[in-house]
Structure formats: structure tokens, C-alpha cells
Design a protein around this ligand. Structure first.
Ligand code: PLP
Ligand code: CA
Length: 305
């Protein structure tokens, strides 16, 4: 049966674990906090890791917020960080578009289904975009829209990519624009494919559930740029000059965080049991990913003698 090493509160095991790594990539929701509630002992644990010379990077799939938004959120939780300590799925998408995709002039606009976090990160990379929070897309579709989308007169000829993140104002008009851009050759990208968004001890629709209608209509899956996409890992490696063997991914979700670390051939993965997945999920025969280590909660790492 699949097994991971349990990091109990006893000092020795945790010290050995910490000694293996220089850098920790931390998933946020489900590891550091749940919604707006920071878990007990987390700020102190991060301080302790930093005092031991460990580098910490916050790696989140939340596409609705920018790195700057995360700095504020972290500060509100008592965690000091700068924008360069954060790597989110919207930023990952922006980096991919500007540095890998390199859309040609005249075809370099991005049509966005998503919230302000995507806009801010595209702007940070100097990428022109339309859609997103623009009120002109937050309305019912009309007969004139159907005609204008079909004959292309409503479409911006400079759009070369469609980027889909979580959009709390998703509607038929927005999806129809995405469909017609992709039909005319735009690349189909997604910030992340999380099927669900855990909130209030229940689930809601995640970013992945926003791109599904579009994927279904175009008959093509988007290229996703959040965890577990290795495009994100490569971008993190490039930015932080990672030694993968000395890096550990810490997360609560197997199909994003733990898969991300394993496929990225990191030195280790740590599953904490304060979020989406339980121990039984990786003990199961058909487990998506099995972590190298697990702990009941992040603050258990404090107990290193
Ligand atoms: N997407 C959205 C919109 C979220 O609000 C969250 C959590 O807050 C996530 C994804 C998952 O984030 P993480 O990767 O930090 O668990
Ligand atoms: Ca998480």
C-alpha cells in the first residue's frame, strides 16, 4: 500500500526532514489558512523556518488575486512577505504569455474570462487584454451579439489568446466571445483547473469549472498554467534559481500540490491534513498522487529540537 512518512510532533523526524530542504513552496489555502482564518501557529512556524535560513515561496492557484493582493492578505494574517515571495496562477499565466508564448505584434491581446487578479498580473507583464471585469461583458446576450460574433464584427482582430480563470460574473456572452476567438485561432489558456473552490466548509465552483463549458464547445482542453502545470514549475525554477532536489512542495490537495511537486521532481512533497484531501485519499488504490511526507498540520513543524 502507498505510504508517506508521518511527521509527528517528536523533534528528531522533523529536524531530519527540514535538513533535506533549502526552499519550501507553500500552497496557501488549506495549509496556512482556511478562507480568512489563519491556522494557529502558522506565522510562528514560517518565522522559525526563515530563522533556519529556509527560503519560502507562496504558490497559490487562486487566480482572482494578484501577488500584491496576496502580500496584503498574508500581512493581515501576520505573515511578512513581498510580491516576489508570491507566485500565483494569474502571474504564472502572464509570465507564460509574455516569455514563452510571445504573441506576435498585432495579435498580442488576451481576451480574459476572470477577475481583477488576472488583469493586474497581465498588466504587470505589459500584456494588453480585454474582457475580465469590463462591465460591457457583464450582461445578457442580445440577438445583435449573436450576429456580431458570428460575422466577427464584434471581435477584436488583435486577440491572440483566451485566458480563463475563476470569474464570479461568468455568463453566456463572455463564453461566446471566448468560443469565437478560439474558433478564429486564439490559443486557449486557463489560469488553473481546480474543479472546486472550498469555502465555508463546503465546495463551490473553481476556475476549472468556468473553462469546462468553453472546452466542451471548442472540443479542446485549455493549457493550464497553475499547479500542477510544469510550465509554472519551470517559471518558478527560473525566477528563484531552484535546486529542485533541495525543494519541498507543501500542500493540502493531491491533484494540484502533491502532483505538482512529484511531476516537478522536487526533493520532497509534504501533505498537510488541514485542507481538501485526507490521508485516505492517497492510501486509496487509485490515488492520484502519494506524498513523501505528511503531517496533521503545518505548525507541527515547530517541534524540531
Ligand atoms: N482559486 C480561488 C479562487 C481561491 O479562492 C482559492 C483559495 O482561496 C484557490 C483557487 C486555491 O488556492 P490554493 O492553491 O492557495 O489552495
Ligand atoms: Ca490549497
Amino acid at each position: 500500500a502507498a505510504s508517506a512518512k508521518y511527521l509527528t510532533g517528536d523533534g528528531a523526524g522533523i529536524k531530519d526532514f527540514l535538513d533535506k530542504f533549502d526552499t519550501f513552496l507553500f500552497d496557501c489555502d488549506g495549509v496556512l489558512w482556511s478562507g480568512d482564518h489563519v491556522f494557529e501557529g502558522v506565522p510562528e512556524t514560517l518565522l522559525l523556518l526563515r530563522s533556519k535560513g529556509k527560503r519560502i515561496v507562496f504558490v497559490t492557484n487562486n487566480s482572482t488575486k494578484s501577488r500584491q493582493d496576496y502580500v496584503k492578505k498574508l500581512a493581515g494574517m501576520g505573515i511578512v512577505a513581498g510580491p516576489d515571495d508570491v507566485f500565483g496562477s494569474s502571474y504564472s499565466a502572464a509570465v507564460y504569455i509574455s516569455r514563452i508564448l510571445k504573441l506576435p505584434p498585432g495579435k498580442n491581446k488576451v481576451y480574459v474570462i476572470g477577475e481583477a487578479g488576472v488583469e493586474q498580473e497581465l498588466a504587470s507583464e505589459g500584456i494588453p487584454f480585454i474582457g475580465a471585469t469590463d462591465a460591457r461583458f457583464r450582461r445578457d446576450i442580445t440577438p445583435e451579439d449573436f450576429a456580431g460574433l458570428a460575422d466577427g464584427s464584434l471581435l477584436d482582430p488583435e486577440v491572440g489568446a483566451v485566458l480563463c480563470g475563476l470569474d464570479f460574473h461568468i455568463n453566456y456572452l463572455k463564453l461566446a466571445h471566448g468560443l469565437h476567438y478560439i474558433r478564429r485561432g486564439a490559443r486557449f489558456l486557463a489560469t488553473n483547473l481546480d474543479s472546486t473552490l472550498p469555502m465555508h466548509h463546503d465546495i463551490f465552483l473553481g476556475a476549472g469549472s468556468c473553462s469546462v463549458p468553453l472546452a466542451n464547445a471548442v472540443g479542446e482542453q485549455p493549457l493550464a498554467l497553475g499547479k500542477p502545470s510544469q510550465a509554472m514549475m519551470d517559471a518558478i525554477e527560473g525566477k528563484f534559481l531552484l535546486d529542485r532536489a533541495r525543494t519541498c512542495m507543501v500542500g493540502d490537495r493531491l491533484n494540484t500540490d502533491i502532483k505538482f511537486g512529484i511531476e516537478g521532481k522536487l526533493g520532497g512533497t509534504l501533505h498537510v491534513l488541514t485542507g481538501v484531501n485526507s490521508k485516505a485519499d492517497w492510501e486509496a488504490k487509485d490515488a492520484i498522487a502519494v506524498p513523501a511526507f505528511y503531517a496533521d498540520k503545518l505548525s507541527d513543524l515547530r517541534d524540531c529540537a
